[in-house]
Ligand binder design. Structure first.
Ligand code: NAD
Length: 484
C-alpha cells in the first residue's frame, strides 16, 4: 500500500555546483532514485555546471562514482544507472566569468520546465541570477533553488533577498530547508489537520510543554572554518528548529496551499517572545575518547562559538500562552536523534487507588532514526494483581502499518526537487519568513556576543552541558532521553 508515483512534467534541471559535495552526495543520487521510480520522465535532463574543466563523459563518470558511493540498494541497477547517466550533460562555467554561458543557453530547452539549482556559496547567487538573464537563459517561468545558509543575520538575508528579487519573482524562488522535506514532518501536518483527535487538544489547556531535539553525533568535521563563524544558533535553530516549531505551533491554514501555510508559519515567528538570558544555555564539546574538542576541531583555541544550544521559548498568542517550547540541538551528542515531543498535561484527578505514578500522554514525532510517531498512553498492566497502570507507546511507525515498501521513505531532497518541478512552494521558505526568523535570532546572538558569553563545556558523547538539564529541572520537567 504505497503511494502511486505520478511522473512530473519534463524538465531541464541545471545544477550550478554540480561537482560539489551536496550534488554528489544528495542531489544526484536522489534524482537517480526518482528516475528509477518513474517519477523523473525519461526525456528530462540534468545539466551539471561548475568550474571544473570536465566534459559530459567525465561528468557522467563522476556521477556514476557518486551514486555508487552515496546511493542505496538501487545502485545495483546498472541498466537503470546507464539510462540515467545518459540524461546528464555538463557545462564548465564560472559564475563570475562569461565563458560557458552560450553553451548552456544552447542546451536548455525553452519548451520544458526549467529549474536552476544554486548549489554554490551564497556569495555567487547574485552572479548566477544576473548571468542567467544577461544570456537570455532564464525566463519568467524558470525556477531557482537556493541552499542554506540564507544569510548570517537579518541584513545579509535582506541583501540576498534583494539580489534574487532583482531577477526573479518570489513565486520562482525555492529556498530549501531539507527538514521540511522529511516524510514525518509532512505527516505531522496530516496527523494534526487530518484527524479529529489531536487538534482539540493542541493548545494550552491540554499541552504542558513541547520539546524539539535535534542531536548529532558528528562534530564539525571538515566544516570547522565555516561553522566557527556560525554556531548552532545560526546553523540549526534559525532554520531547521524554527521550521519545526512553526509547523507544530501554527494555526490550521485555510487550505494546504503554499502561501496559506507560509502565512501561518510567519505568524508563529512573529509571535515569538524575546528569550531571557537565563533561558538560553550555550555549550561547546570537550575532547572525548572518540575525538578532539571543538576548539581543536576548528583550530581556534579561544573560540566562544556554541556547538550546542538549549533554550526555552514562548509564543505570544491565545493558543500557546504559558506553554514553554524547549529547543535543543548539538553536535557530538550521545546519539543521532531528532524528535518533537508534545507532552500533554497530567490528569487533574486519579480514580485508581494506590496509583501514584505520574501518567502522561506524550506524542513523539521522530525524524530520525526510524521516522515515525508514537503516542504514549496509559493502560492496565496485564495479568492478575489488581489495577496497576503502565505507560505504553501506541506505535505509528509507517512500515508496520503500510507494509515493508513504506520503509523506503523518500529522501527529503528527492521530494523537494520534485516539488520544484511541480511548482509547489509549500515546503519552501518564503523570503519574509527567513527575514522574520533572523529578526528574532539577531538580538539573541548580539546579546551573547556583547557579553562575551563563554559556552559551557560538555563531554563529547553526552546529552549536553549540565546547565541544559537544569533549565528543565528548574521548571520541574525533564528532557526526553536522546536515543539512537
Ligand atoms: P562544495 O564546495 O563541495 O562545492 C561547491 C561547488 O560550487 C563545486 O561544484 C564548485 O565547482 C562550484 N563553484 C565554486 N565556485 C564557482 C564559481 N565561481 N562558478 C561556478 N561554480 C563554482 O560545496 P557543497 O558542500 O556542495 O555546498 C554547496 C552549497 O550548498 C553551499 O551553499 C552550502 O552551504 C550548501 N549546503 C551544503 C550541504 C552539504 O551537505 N554539503 C548541506 C546544506 C547546504
Amino acid at each position: 500500500m504505497v503511494s502511486r508515483v505520478i511522473p512530473v512534467e519534463t524538465f531541464d534541471l541545471v545544477i550550478f555546483g554540480g561537482t560539489g559535495d551536496l550534488a554528489r552526495r544528495k542531489i544526484l543520487p536522489g534524482l537517480f532514485r526518482r528516475f528509477l521510480s518513474g517519477q523523473m520522465p525519461p526525456e528530462a535532463r540534468i545539466i551539471g555546471a561548475a568550474r571544473s574543466e570536465l566534459d559530459t563523459a567525465g561528468y557522467r563518470e563522476m556521477i556514476a562514482e557518486a551514486v555508487a558511493e552515496f546511493g542505496g540498494a538501487e545502485t545495483n541497477n546498472t541498466k537503470g544507472l546507464q539510462a540515467f547517466l545518459e540524461r546528464l550533460d555538463y557545462v564548465a562555467i564560472d559564475a563570475r566569468g562569461e565563458g560557458g554561458w552560450a553553451a548552456l543557453a544552447e542546451l536548455v530547452r525553452s519548451d520544458v520546465v526549467q529549474a536552476y539549482y544554486f548549489s554554490v556559496a551564497p556569495a555567487l547567487f547574485g552572479d548566477l541570477a544576473e548571468r542567467l538573464h544577461k544570456h537570455g537563459i532564464a525566463s519568467a517561468q524558470s525556477r531557482i533553488v537556493v541552499e542554506k545558509p540564507f544569510g548570517r543575520d537579518l541584513e545579509s538575508a535582506r541583501d540576498l533577498n534583494r539580489t534574487l528579487a532583482a531577477h526573479f519573482d518570489e513565486s520562482q524562488i525555492y529556498r530549501i530547508d531539507h527538514y521540511l522535506g522529511k516524510e514525518t514532518v509532512q505527516n505531522l501536518m496530516a496527523v494534526r489537520f487530518g484527524n479529529v483527535l489531536f487538534e482539540p487538544l493542541w493548545n494550552n489547556h491540554y499541552v504542558d510543554h513541547i520539546q524539539i531535539t535535534v542531536a548529532e553525533t558528528v562534530g564539525v568535521g571538515g566544516r570547522g572554518a565555516y561553522y566557527d563563524k556560525s554556531g548552532a544558533m545560526r546553523d540549526m535553530v534559525q532554520n531547521h528548529l524554527m521550521q519545526l516549531l512553526c509547523l507544530i505551533a501554527m494555526e490550521p491554514p485555510g487550505q494546504f496551499e503554499a502561501d496559506a501555510v507560509r502565512d501561518e508559519k510567519l505568524k508563529v515567528i512573529r509571535a515569538l517572545q524575546p528569550v531571557e538570558n537565563h533561558h538560553i544555555v550555550r555549550g561547546q564539546y570537550d575532547a572525548g575518547k572518540d575525538g578532539p574538542s571543538y576548539r581543536d576541531d576548528v583550530e581556534n583555541a579561544r573560540s566562544f562559538t556554541e556547538s550546542f544550544i538549549a533554550m526555552r521559548v514562548h509564543i505570544n498568542n491565545w493558543r500557546w500562552a504559558g506553554v514553554p517550547f524547549y529547543l535543543r540541538t548539538g553536535k557530538r551528542m550521545k546519539a543521532r536523534s531528532s524528535e518533537i515531543a508534545v507532552v500533554f498535561k497530567d490528569l487533574g484527578h486519579t480514580i485508581f487507588e494506590g496509583d501514584e505514578a505520574r501518567h502522561r500522554n506524550i506524542l513523539s514525532i521522530r525524524l530520525q532514526p526510524n521516522e515515525g510517531m508514537d503516542l504514549q498512553v496509559t493502560i492496565k498492566e496485564p495479568g492478575p494483581g489488581g489495577m496497576r497502570l503502565i505507560d505504553v507507546p501506541l506505535d505509528m511507525t509507517f512500515a508496520d502499518a503500510l507494509g515493508a515498501e513504506a520503509e523506503d521513505v523518500t529522501d527529503a531532497y528527492e521530494r523537494l526537487i520534485m516539488d520544484v518541478i511541480r511548482g509547489n512552494q509549500t515546503l519552501f521558505m518564503r523570503g519574509d519568513e527567513v527575514e522574520a526568523a533572523w529578526r528574532w535570532t539577531d538580538p539573541l546572538i548580539d546579546g551573547w556576543e556583547a557579553r562575551n558569553d563563554v559556552p559551557k563545556l560538555y563531554d563529547a558523547g553526552s546529552a549536553g552541558p549540565e546547565d541544559a538539564l537544569m533549565l528543565m529541572h528548574r521548571d520541574g520537567r525533564k528532557w526526553r532521553e536522546i536515543k539512537g
